[in-house]
Ligand binder design. Structure first.
Ligand code: ASP
Ligand code: MG
Length: 407
């Protein structure tokens, strides 16, 4: 008997048939005597549909109302899954984020979890009930509904697993686990049996859509190992934990593409640290993260900055930077077009030199150039032409022999 938190994403609960099969899987565990907490997302497409309606009514919908709206998606699923379990003779009850004691700050649409009380989850588990928790949502100390940012149901699952000291946390999704690269683009991509939090984090923030990166950060901080696996089969997935045993001699564990980056150019600002700090502080305060920053000297003591942001945060970035520039009394901000970010990630990079050479060699072999570059101890990322991104990813995957197992 174990305490298990399972999280099912949007495609796993997309319709009543899928919800029924999730219920059957949960029942199997419950019959063995496991104590089950199930976190669910909205049915796939629902959150986007709700956002679409909001935008149709207002270009910048009020964020508090946005949360009120978006929380609806997950609430539908908890009720339906609960009913599906009842139909299979399993006692189950649903809980909203607020009822499960997911307390957050008041930054609407991307709230951070402050603490998780768990509400009455422990009592209900002790009665033998399955507890179903709405992912993605929380509540402020003033009882305002918040959401945790896109993909936030993963975060709910990890946070609940930490709070109730679960023995196992499983993230069920529509892929079999974490691959060396997106298998839809790279046909010989390989499923990794294990991966370290740090690597997963870099992959998640590099556009590998498997999981929301904030949830991996949270798992690392509270040391919650979790498994990413498919709800469409019974294969074991990828275990994400502190120290994964990487493949021997694997320099790079994975490569990822983020196709939704916008290059932002801020021109003609005063060339001093205070001006640059003013811009990035304001972006940070607005919860906007920037990546791949370059500063160039302009003419007559002026400077230019180029950086990338998520495309869906571009408009807000432009407004926030615009306000700083007005205070500074100079400068312009504009979009310099879409870029794709290609990242290679691996703890093996720490001990193997020459990664940059191999990467640029692979890009050159398919005629891809890059300007913005960023590195960390375990990652190199480059901004490239989005129309050449797939070819670049395949070339890089081959260059690091990621598709073939070492003997
Ligand atoms: N329904 C939310 C979204 O689509 C949260 C999630 O699925 O994790 O972003
Ligand atoms: Mg998701």
């Amino acid at each position: 008997m174990a305490i298990i938190v399972q999280k099912y994403g949007g495609t796993s609960v997309a319709n009543v048939d899928r919800i029924r099969s999730v219920a059957a899987r949960v029942k199997t565990h419950w019959q063995r005597g496991d104590k089950m907490v199930v976190v669910v997302s909205a049915r796939s497409g629902v959150t986007n549909e709700l956002i679409g309606r909001a935008r149709a009514l207002s270009p910048f919908p009020d964020e508090r109302e946005m949360d009120m709206l978006l929380a609806v998606g997950e609430q539908e699923t908890i009720a339906l899954l609960s009913m599906a379990l009842h139909a299979l003779g399993v006692p189950a009850c649903s809980r909203t984020g607020a009822q499960a004691g997911i307390r957050t700050d008041a930054i609407h649409t991307r709230a951070r979890i402050a603490n998780v009380t768990g509400g009455d989850i422990a009592e209900r588990l002790a009665e033998g009930k399955v507890v179903i928790v709405a992912g993605f949502q929380g509540v402020t100390e003033n009882n305002e509904i918040t959401t945790l940012g896109r993909g936030g149901s993963d975060l709910t699952a990890i946070a609940v697993a930490a709070a109730i000291k679960a023995d196992l946390c499983q993230i069920y999704t529509d892929v079999d686990g974490v691959y060396t690269a997106d298998p839809r683009v790279v046909l010989n991509a390989r499923k990794l049996p294990e991966i370290a939090y740090d690597e997963m984090l870099e992959l998640a923030s590099s556009g590998s859509k498997v999981m929301q990166s904030r949830s991996v950060e949270f798992a690392q901080k509270y040391n919650v190992p979790f498994e990413v696996r498919s709800s469409f089969n019974n294969q074991p997935g990828t275990l994400v934990k502190a120290n994964a045993t990487s493949m021997e001699d694997a320099v790079v564990s994975g490569a990822a593409l983020d196709r939704s980056q916008t290059r932002v150019t801020v021109a003609d600002i005063p060339d001093n640290a205070a001006a640059v700090a003013g811009i990035f502080d304001a972006l940070g305060e607005a919860g906007l993260s920037v990546d791949m920053i370059i500063k160039n000297l302009g003419t007559s003591g002026r400077a230019n900055l180029t950086f990338s942001v998520n495309t869906d945060q571009y408009e807000q970035t432009e407004r926030v930077v615009g306000a700083v520039l007005r205070r500074l009394g100079s400068g312009t901000v504009r979009s310099a077009g879409q870029v794709a970010k290609l990242s290679v990630v691996g703890v093996g990079m720490i001990s193997h030199p020459g990664v940059a050479g191999t990467l640029f060699g692979a890009l050159a072999s398919v005629g891809v150039n890059c300007d913005l570059i960023t590195t960390s101890e375990i990652k190199i990322a480059v901004a490239i032409d989005p129309t050449k991104a797939d070819a670049a990813l395949r070339a890089v995957h081959d260059a690091f022999n990621m598709g073939t197992t070492t003997p």
